[in-house]
Design a protein around this ligand. Structure first.
Ligand SMILES: [Zn+2]
Length: 348
């Protein structure tokens, strides 16, 4: 069967949504430094987060954190564990309000704009992929794990897909999502119930959009979804070990976005292949795109604007570089060197 493979995504909506990344560089860089200081205090990670092989020596350091590349599956691993304490300080303390702050916008028009700009294209790709496999997306049922503030659930519902349920560990995000969508759109559960939920939900399509990398036990979650006989498809997106990690190393004065905070490990094409083979999934459709060139643009612009002697070139740089972002990013996407991939897997 022919696989659906797509590359690229316009950067305009992202640039519009993430203006704060440009304006609040210093405070966000400081937050990343604090995260790194807390992360390096956690116990050593001894096995690969993706394939469980023993980890060897470090490949590089960034913000004082050591990273290793798994010699068996190619996954990029931070050298420390994401312990209960570390994860609860990131995701669920204060009901998750501080983590959600990055994403929660406080009014309906902003919610709907983010749903339509960022999440609707993800649902449209899923529907296109299901159609290509001979499925009627409207005849299938959906469960979204790590639903956050409910944007993906809202986008699924806005295209008439039903039934759709979201599951989320942050109470404040569940309240927000249900206020924005409807009262039972997203269900609260404890992080320790994730694997049990994966085994028990009775849906055709499970989704995890930007979630797998945040789970303490991604292998347990994948094993539970693989063992759940109701689930036929898994739609997920993960952050990748791509150019933007190198950009972050080259610009230490700029806020990092890819390898920081909850991203203590990153996927590669080979580590995704490993998980597909181990858990019995097959890659049916994929969409490679990224923010690498937006990150380079932001890193250069922030650097120019924060150094008096460079500030005069910021305007010229902006005018010349910005219109070329999408074409340059597409070249990276086509080489699968982009910061993100969306994939639809089916059971083998
Ligand atoms: Zn590995």
């Amino acid at each position: 069967m022919a696989k659906l493979v797509k590359f690229g995504k316009p950067s305009g909506p992202l640039l519009e949504q993430k203006q704060s990344f440009f304006k609040e560089n210093e405070s966000r860089l400081h937050a990343a430094q604090q995260w790194a200081a807390s992360y390096v205090k956690q116990p050593r990670r001894t096995t690969c987060k993706n394939c469980d092989a023993a980890l060897g020596k470090g490949a590089f350091r960034k913000l004082g954190v050591e990273y290793m590349i798994c010699t068996r599956c190619g996954h990029l691993n931070g050298a420390h564990q994401d312990t209960d304490t570390f994860c609860s300080s990131l995701y669920t303390e204060d009901g998750g309000a501080s983590y959600g702050k990055t994403y929660v916008l406080d009014n309906r028009p902003a919610f709907e704009k983010r749903r339509d700009d960022i999440y609707l294209p993800k649902v449209e790709f899923l529907m296109e992929a299901l159609h290509a496999l001979g499925e009627d997306p409207h005849a299938l049922s959906y469960a979204d794990f790590g639903a956050g503030s409910g944007y993906f659930v809202a986008a699924l519902k806005s295209l008439g897909l039903d039934p759709v349920t979201g599951y989320e560990v942050s109470e404040s995000q569940v309240c927000f999502a249900n206020a924005m969508i409807d009262k039972n759109a997203v269900t609260l559960h404890s992080p320790s119930d994730s694997v049990a939920l994966g085994t028990s939900v009775q849906v055709d399509v499970a989704s995890m959009i930007g979630v797998l990398e945040h789970l303490q036990d991604p292998r347990g979650m994948l094993a539970s979804l693989a063992a759940n006989e109701h689930i036929r498809y898994l739609y997920f997106s993960v952050p990748l070990f791509s150019l933007c990690v190198f950009i972050e190393m080259a610009f230490p004065e700029v806020m990092p976005r890819q390898l920081t905070a909850g991203h203590t490990h990153l996927y590669t094409e080979s580590s995704i292949d490993w998980l597909c083979n181990e858990f019995g999934f097959e890659r049916m459709a994929e969409w490679w795109f990224g923010t690498d060139m937006v990150d380079l643009y932001r890193s250069m612009l922030v650097t120019f604007e924060s150094h008096q002697e460079l500030a005069c070139v910021a305007g010229d740089f902006d005018i010349s570089f910005k219109p070329a972002i999408d074409a340059m990013q597409l070249a990276l996407d086509e080489r699968q060197f982009s910061s993100e991939v969306h994939m639809l897997l089916c059971k083998k």
